[in-house]
Ligand binder design. Structure first.
Ligand code: UDP
Length: 327
């Protein structure tokens, strides 16, 4: 089976490509390399943008694609607030373009990279998939709109999809040759490790007055390889005839920013220099997933659920590749 992975040179994409290869799938990647890294991919890579229709058609014409995993998207909450035009423009139109080319070439199965940001401020924790969807930023809205488009395309055109709503992706493949390399970096665990390495003066804690036990936000950190496993399981479910649906992917436990820092200190044996700062706009106090449905229906079993293991795999990547992928 040949799987097209859009955004396969990115963080979660490149780990999923590896999981697919391990399972014996043929994989091709489409990536515009705006955020992704060529070095992260060891399969055929088409460099180009999903907004380029003739490029996309060429990829489908040259390969017998059986199913698609769609990662490629802009994914920074803060940026989406300042540039909603980019997020609505590119995330939604690129997904539409991809779906239309899939229809033209008779490809009817897609796994879609969605997000916990579709829920907005939680009314219930852990958050089940049925929770109201009230995103608080254009990034979450763009992903929710695409889920709605997928649902309509499923009804009208027979496309089947599984949307996977990630909580906080973290960690790196224990092999150590691929990992998280965002430029600029905005995510907590890599920022903590960069502070440990002296690449940043200090880690700023965004808010210490949240209604949580230690005053800092609680997040559900999920290992990138566990996310990758879920994509493979979702593809297999679709191949077995599963109906279209969405699943949360998290560990079901919330860790505070302070707990992440403390665990990083334990893992690295070094101190994390910190500053306590104001809240970051748009951050809910608590985001924790209920992933019971993914466990029951996909047979998903996280292998790296422990926070210390997650941080240790990230540390293994960062300390050996302090400057990320070498361009
Ligand atoms: N955070 C922080 N300092 C930073 C970056 C993040 O205190 O420099 C906090 C952030 O407020 C949130 C948690 O760490 O509570 C995880 O943030 P991240 O950006 O990694 O993921 P998000 O939850 O936004 O998807």
């Amino acid at each position: 089976m040949t799987i097209l992975v859009t955004g396969g040179a990115g963080y979660i994409g490149s780990h999923t490509v590896r999981a697919l290869q391990t399972k014996g799938y043929d994989v091709i990647v489409v990536d515009n390399l705006s955020k992704g890294h060529k070095q992260a991919v060891q399969v055929p890579l088409y460099i180009g943008d999903l907004s380029d229709r003739s490029f996309l058609e060429k990829v489908f014409a040259e390969n017998q694609i059986d199913a698609v995993i769609h990662f490629a998207a802009l994914s920074l909450v803060g940026e989406s607030v300042i540039r909603p035009d980019l997020y609505f423009g590119s995330n939604i139109t690129n997904a539409l373009s991809l779906l239309d080319v899939m229809r033209k070439y008779g490809v009817s199965q897609i796994v879609f990279s969605s997000t916990a940001a579709v829920y907005g401020e939680p009314m219930e924790v852990p958050i089940p998939e049925s929770h109201p969807k009230q995103p608080t930023n254009p990034y979450g809205e763009s992903k929710l709109f695409i889920e709605m488009i997928l649902q309509r395309y499923a009804e009208a055109f027979g496309i089947r999809y599984i949307a996977l709503r990630y909580f906080n992706a973290a960690g790196a493949d224990p092999k150590g040759d691929i990992g998280e390399d965002h430029r600029p970096e905005t995510h907590l665990i890599p920022l903590v490790l960069q502070a440990v390495l002296g690449q940043r003066d200090r880690l700023q804690i965004f808010g210490t007055d949240y209604p949580t036990p230690d005053g800092t936000c609680l997040r559900d950190y999920i290992h990138v390889n566990d996310l990758s496993d879920a994509h493979v399981l979702a593809l297999e479910a679709l191949a077995d005839g599963a109906s279209s649906t969405a699943y949360n992917l998290g560990n079901g436990r919330g860790f505070s920013v302070r707990k992440v820092i403390e665990t990083a200190e334990k893992v690295t044996g070094r101190l994390v220099p910190v500053d306590e700062g104001p809240r970051r706009p748009g951050d809910p106090a608590v985001l924790v997933a209920s992933s019971d449905r993914a466990v029951q229906e996909l047979g998903w079993q996280p292998r790296f659920a422990d926070l210390e293991t997650i941080i240790a795999t990230a540390w293994n990547w960062h300390k050996n590749n302090p400057n990320g992928f070498q361009e």
